[in-house]
Design a protein around this ligand. Structure first.
Ligand SMILES: Cc1cc2nc3c(=O)[nH]c(=O)nc-3n(C[C@H](O)[C@H](O)[C@H](O)COP(=O)(O)OP(=O)(O)OC[C@H]3O[C@@H](n4cnc5c(N)ncnc54)[C@H](O)[C@@H]3O)c2cc1C
Length: 418
């Protein structure tokens, strides 16, 4: 799969900054230190690009039509090349690199010609595994994290429910202790990878005391456990190639050793896990947005209206220049948040800003560009209409825009005290 000149993630030399260190590892100590176009970042990016070009993009249209894709097959290729554990501990097969490498990967996934497959991969690398990697017992990590890094298992993250999306603290699913087991009852909604996943990182109430922030736990739930029903596959506006499911738990037993970290600390762990999820989502849009702009430049350069290329109208090339400027601003924000995160800071504020900006910019770019494609842009099969459908998610999923604004306003001290 990898060329002799381009090392896979598992072959990077020891001299890579941060190699062999737990995440967060070596901290770039100055703003603007990240440059993914050079050195080992570049080599890894090229290696990932080859997998995307050979093993993903040729099949994307087929997978979109099928409303699913072979996650196990794709994850195995990524796992073999080291990409499912760039920032994960070496003891479990990861590379122990700092989080800049995770952001580099998220950005490069923008070369995939749909949003669904990157999202599914992001769930595995940055949404369902960070808490397990950080707080899971050695036994749990050996059993579930190591094979997930290797690409042998597909994971999913179970936070949202029919009645609880933005308000995570209000989830109703319960996991009650019974002997050496937890017994789980409830449901999870809109679960990416839900139909294919081998395990779920599940947020459930484990206590009636302590209040909504101190009564929840994260548990590893094997998806073949008795009492799990995942027959409800959901039909979506976009992100077609990823399978999204509602999952029901009817007295599902999981051993107590499947608890991640400490009991009743799950809400806090999930809030930490959201930092990576939100940085990932903002980073994953950057190259994808540039791709939409580039495709639009190509289309408007060759299509002539009133005797000249559409692109030659100042309103068009000015708008595209403006949108590219906005993408660079997003990139700067994502890199700054990432550097502070790697330096060990709480980046809730910056990560929320990046997530907000990424979600809004993605749909603005897709909508503005579609306009210049005219009727062709409105066709279902055009790349720009797929982008419009896919990008729309990011102002809702992983925390809606308004939730990001709520967090930012709170941290700015401008939200009214409750
Ligand atoms: C394709 C897809 C994949 C997903 N994958 C997963 C997954 O893998 N795992 C998982 O756990 N969840 C997943 N989700 C769920 C997602 O995280 C939630 O949809 C999201 O958090 C919003 O929750 P909700 O849909 O319940 O919206 P609600 O909480 O009902 O909010 C609806 C709208 O109300 C507005 N709103 C919310 N709060 C405020 C406020 N304070 N002030 C003003 N307006 C507000 C926002 O505009 C929001 O969009 C996925 C969703 C989709 C659509």
């Amino acid at each position: 799969m990898s060329s002799p000149e381009i090392p896979t993630a598992t072959e990077i030399p020891e001299s890579v900054p941060g190699a062999g260190q737990p995440s967060p590892g070596t901290a770039p100590n100055q703003i603007g230190a990240i440059d993914f176009t050079t050195g080992d970042y570049r080599m890894l990016a090229d290696s990932l690009r080859r997998i995307i070009d050979e093993d993903v993009n040729p099949y994307v249209d087929e997978w979109e039509e099928a409303r699913t894709y072979p996650a196990h097959q794709v994850f195995k290729k990524l796992g073999d090349a080291g990409f499912l554990g760039l920032t994960k501990p070496e003891a479990y097969g990861g590379l122990g690199l700092d989080y800049t490498y995770g952001v580099m990967m998220a950005e490069q996934l923008g070369h995939v010609r749909c949003g669904a497959v990157p999202m599914s991969i992001g769930v595995q690398t940055d949404m369902c595994t960070p808490a397990l990697a950080r707080f899971g017992s050695d036994e749990l990590r050996a059993e579930w994290l190591a094979p997930s890094i290797a690409g042998d298992l597909v994971g999913c993250i179970g936070v949202s429910e029919e009645g609880a999306g933005s308000d995570v603290a209000s989830v109703k699913t319960t996991a009650r202790r019974d002997g050496d087991d937890y017994v789980i009852r409830g449901n999870k909604m809109w679960i990416t990878n839900g139909m294919q996943a081998d395990w779920m990182c599940c947020l459930a109430n484990t206590s009636e005391q302590g209040g909504p922030h101190r009564n929840k736990s994260l548990l590893v739930v094997p998806m073949d456990a008795k009492g799990i029903d995942r027959s409800r596959k959901l039909h979506k506006l976009g992100m077609w190639a990823s399978d999204t499911a509602q999952i029901f738990f009817d007295d599902v037993r999981v051993p107590r050793r499947h608890l991640i970290g400490e009991e009743n600390e799950g809400f806090r762990y999930q809030m930490m896990q959201f930092q990576e999820e939100r940085l990932w989502s903002a980073a994953s849009g950057i190259i994808a947005m540039e791709r939409i702009i580039r495709d639009t430049i190509e289309y408007t350069r060759q299509r002539r209206v009133f005797g000249r290329p559409i692109l030659d109208n100042q309103v068009v090339h000015f708008r595209l220049a403006e949108l590219q400027t906005e993408v660079e601003a997003l990139r700067a924000l994502v890199y700054r948040a990432t550097e502070r995160y790697v330096a060990g800071e709480d980046v809730t504020r910056l990560a929320s800003m990046a997530k907000l900006k990424g979600g809004r910019l993605g749909r603005e770019i897709a909508d503005s560009c579609l306009q210049y494609w005219g009727g062709q842009g409105y066709m279902w099969e055009s790349s720009v209409s797929r982008s419009l459908r896919d990008m729309r998610l990011w102002s809702i999923g992983a925390g809606a825009d308004e939730v990001m604004l709520q967090i930012i306003a709170k941290l700015e001290g401008t939200a009214p005290q409750e």
